[in-house]
Design a protein. Structure first.
Length: 754
């Protein structure tokens, strides 16, 4: 017999216009995640106080699914835009965002594998973690805190997989919520070209060898499909997937670091030289006869400036303007050197280290080729990292050279302008060496102009995703020096040597690196998905319009006990006024794997329940033994919270026969102690946590939420029931007496309602 021992611990009045759409308790903490119709997500404590708020992603973007990571460290949020956002529960910061294929997220499930593989993977697969490089604070162009790429992963002893159902009938699996390790194309698996629509529910068994799915039929009917998908390769390669997931997390974390450093490099680049170049171009275009480089060379050699050049230097450039430009350029190049040395070089070194480890795994073809990991693609990513390293070193050399010649050139121009303006010259600038004169002359003769255009800036071209307009001298590139000494090396196209391309910019090399890193993991999801099979599929016609299938109440439960391993799925047969619910049992034991049992449980007249016609408002599995159902009563302001024994329900399940399910009257299972009447409370949404022994029930008026303590002592429950009616009747009096005790939540804090 199931007893419904519960005590109301709190009641909150909700203000605002946005309504609650998803409600999910954490299984590990006294926290509840709530989303509303505005697209916002709130994390609240048991007392309903707000921990943090995740703002909406954009106008019209809805939250479509929420799931906790099994250890409740990360919260995954799915959106109608197709984005999945991973949020750190402690800080509320977004730690990762991805979009599987630009389709709306319709279902999320995140479960651990029951077998621990971390120790074995540590011994055979995982490299030693290197100290993480520092984050880039782009606003200050300085180092921030260390990357926390391994923060969440190091606490996971078990391989966890985030399963994502999409609107187009695809199902993705992401190891640790990051690494795409499986792609299931349900329409192809079912034999139809485009027959399966949105995936409403996806949940795995204990070792992820079997997935149970609920999806729409794309034809626009009210039919849904229930199916089981076998994924034996995941079970067979748990430790390999753990190792790949580990490396993928480190590699993508370093790529994120490089992306932020590249953006900071763009911000650090000073375009003051571009403005100076524009002024110099205008000087030459005034009469079309003068050449600034020739005039400056004459000034350098003979100390005489023509009228036009003198006017240009004194009036257009000015000593103050040139000094300002020189200081800005020197600061800019200094910041860029810091970014290159402290962030980009460091992160790329570590990236090369982990890509080397990835190549090592790929060469174990007996273990990893079945997962789609290819040696050639991994080596291509490794070589791309090497080319990016070489281009980074080249940029450092170009910056050093630019600082040297620009500093000397600007110093000479500055002194010249002061002399032409009859201004006093600082003693430290009054003298120049013969070496300085030769250096400036060489610069004016060879580097001042490119293809007839003034080109002072040599750095900006490296930051654009296009070929270089000015290629650095081959005499300064180590690779070209090696090629000159050993010409035969140039023909080794498929070797592990880093082969930088002189004409490519840094941005081009980084884009190539991004592409190759992505390509090295790209084949894995499809390779794993192609080994999956579809042993069971059946259709079910529901009593609701086809455009309302997303409002069907669905609840799932995975039972992994030694003598009882199965997945349970419950769903209502209508969006509103549902008279009953379906319960499906998908067996996980090998001897019963292809056996699926089900029944339809309806609520008729019951001697123990208050009189009336009952309709299901919501349902949810409380634990492995109990299913909780929220009932509304026609033409009544009361609701009923019922606890049903899963053991009794499962005894009445029968093997599924196409188009024929057993119908059972559930009222025979209801005892006098297995329900609770919620007086003057039309409930509509239910949130349960058996591990925390707590329930949250929302009203249909969208203005109240009641918090209940579950599994309380019987005496406490009886006392609470005696006081329940009195408490409700006094509620309005208490609110009017003391506005401060209303326990209202403004829409600034959170607007929730079902």
């Amino acid at each position: 017999m199931v007893s419904c021992m519960m005590r109301q611990s709190d009641e909150k009045h909700i203000l605002g216009t946005a309504s609650t759409e998803i409600l999910l308790w954490s299984s590990r903490r006294d926290l509840i995640a709530v989303s509303n119709s505005s697209g916002e997500v709130f994390l609240r404590r048991l007392s309903w106080s707000k921990v943090w708020k995740l703002s909406k992603r954009g106008d019209g973007v809805k939250v479509t699914a929420i799931v906790w990571r099994p250890d409740s460290v990360i919260l995954a949020v799915g959106y109608s835009s197709g984005h999945v956002v991973l949020v750190d529960v402690e800080s509320g910061e977004v730690v990762h965002t991805f979009n599987p294929c630009e389709e709306s997220i319709t279902a999320l499930s995140w479960e651990n594998c029951s077998t621990s593989v971390k120790e074995e993977a540590d011994n055979f697969l995982l490299p030693e973690l290197l100290p993480q490089p520092l984050k880039v604070n782009s606003s200050k162009l300085d180092a921030g805190s260390a990357l926390d790429g391994d923060k969440g992963l190091k606490h996971e002893e078990l391989l966890s997989i985030l399963w994502i159902g999409l609107k187009n009938g695809l199902v993705y699996g992401f190891a640790f919520g990051l690494f795409p390790c499986c792609l299931l194309k349900l329409s192809e698996m079912s034999g139809g070209s485009d027959s399966i629509g949105p995936v409403r529910s996806v949940f795995p068994n204990g070792d992820h060898s079997q997935l149970c799915l609920l999806a729409d039929v794309r034809a626009g009917s009210s039919e849904v499909l229930l199916m089981t998908v076998e994924t034996p390769l995941i079970t067979h390669c748990l430790k390999e997937l753990y190792g790949l997931g580990f490396l993928y997390r480190q590699i993508t974390g370093l790529m994120d670091c490089l992306i932020s450093a590249q953006k900071a490099l763009q911000e650090a680049w000073e375009d003051a030289l571009v403005d100076l170049e524009s002024k110099m171009v205008r000087y030459e275009s005034n009469d079309g006869k003068s050449s600034l480089s020739v005039d400056l060379m004459e000034l350098l050699m003979f100390g005489h400036a023509g009228i036009k050049l003198e006017k240009f230097l004194v009036t257009d450039l000015t000593d103050k303007g040139l000094k300002r430009i020189g200081q800005a350029v020197e600061l800019s190049y200094s910041n860029m050197q810091k970014l290159l040395i402290k962030h980009i070089v460091c992160a790329n070194y570590q990236l090369s280290h982990y890509l080397t480890q990835l190549c090592g795994l790929a060469k174990q073809e007996d273990r990893f080729s079945c997962l789609g990991l290819q040696v050639n693609s991994c080596l291509a990513a490794y070589r791309a990292a090497g080319s990016f390293t070489a281009k980074t070193a080249e940029l450092q050399q170009v910056i050093d050279g630019s600082v040297k010649y620009l500093k000397t050139f600007f110093r000479w121009l500055y002194v010249t302008i002061l002399r032409l303006s009859d201004e006093p010259i600082p003693p430290e600038l009054a003298t120049s060496t013969q070496q300085d004169v030769r250096f400036i002359a060489n610069f004016l003769a060879k580097d001042f102009e490119t293809d007839g255009q003034v080109r002072l800036d040599r750095i900006g071209q490296y930051l654009r995703n296009e070929p270089l307009t000015f290629v650095a001298s081959s005499k300064t590139r180590p690779w070209d020096m090696l090629i000159e000494a050993c010409p035969s090396i140039a023909n080794l196209q498929d070797s592990d040597l880093f082969q930088p391309r002189a004409e490519r910019s840094l941005a081009q090399e980084f884009a190539h690196l991004e592409h190759q890193v992505k390509a090295s993991f790209e084949a894995i999801p499809s390779a794993v998905g192609q080994t999956a099979s579809l042993p069971f599929i059946t259709d079910l016609t529901l009593d609701c319009p086809s455009d309302s299938l997303d409002k069907i109440r669905i609840t799932t439960r995975s039972i992994s006990q030694p003598k009882d391993r199965c997945n349970l799925l419950g769903l209502t047969n209508s969006t509103t006024h549902s008279s009953g619910f379906y319960l499906f049992e998908f067996a996980s034991e090998k001897e019963r794997k292809n056996l699926t049992r089900a029944a339809f449980f309806s609520f008729g007249k019951c001697d123990h329940l208050p009189p009336g016609e009952y309709k299901i408002a919501d349902l949810q599995f409380y634990n492995n033994e109990i299913m909780s159902v929220l009932l509304s009563i026609e033409r009544s302001t009361n609701s009923i919270f019922v606890q049903l024994s899963l053991c009794l329900l499962r005894e009445h399940l029968a093997p599924v026969v196409q188009g024929n399910l057993r119908s059972v009257d559930v009222n025979t299972f209801i005892e006098a102690s297995s329900f609770r009447v919620l007086n003057d409370f039309q409930a509509t949404t239910l949130g349960l946590s058996s591990s925390r022994k707590v329930a949250a029930i929302f009203s249909s008026s969208k203005r109240k939420v009641r918090i209940f303590d579950m599994e309380v002592e019987e005496e406490e429950d009886v006392e609470d029931e005696d006081q329940d009616i009195e408490d409700v009747s006094d509620l309005s009096h208490d609110i009017s007496k003391d506005g401060g005790n209303q326990k209202d939540i403004s829409d600034v804090d959170m607007a929730v309602s079902p």
